[in-house]
Design a protein. Sequence first.
Length: 146
Amino acid sequence: MIEYRIANRNEIDEVFEVWKESVKATHDFLKEQDFDELKLQLRDYLDKVVIEVAYDTELKSILGFANVKDNNLNMLFLHPDSIGRGIGSSLFDYMMEKYSFLSLDVNKDNPKAKEFYLHKGFKVVSESPTDDDGRPYPILHMKKEL
């Protein structure tokens, strides 16, 4: 059974591992140096925010996680073994019901994620040529169609 809940502080290491595996599987455009920088930033970030997880109670493992801040879906990552099994969609729906977020950002070079969010009723409203830290990874800004 999968439960959706706030991660415990002692689960942050597992959340971090899910992020690393997810990025390796879905962000093949990311340079190794940038990946290393992001790891440091994310590790610090995870300790400061509320993380919601999709937790498999039988396997006793985190299948994916998400975070919403300021009405924006900041992140939604799945372990590669969980991709394509409906877990991301269920986690997204759980987050939408709980937080009613209206916007999100996605890497332009991650077309599967873009399609996922389009399917969930979001549309691209603008694009930035770089990520928030000025790295050359274009970002699509998406908003919920009401």
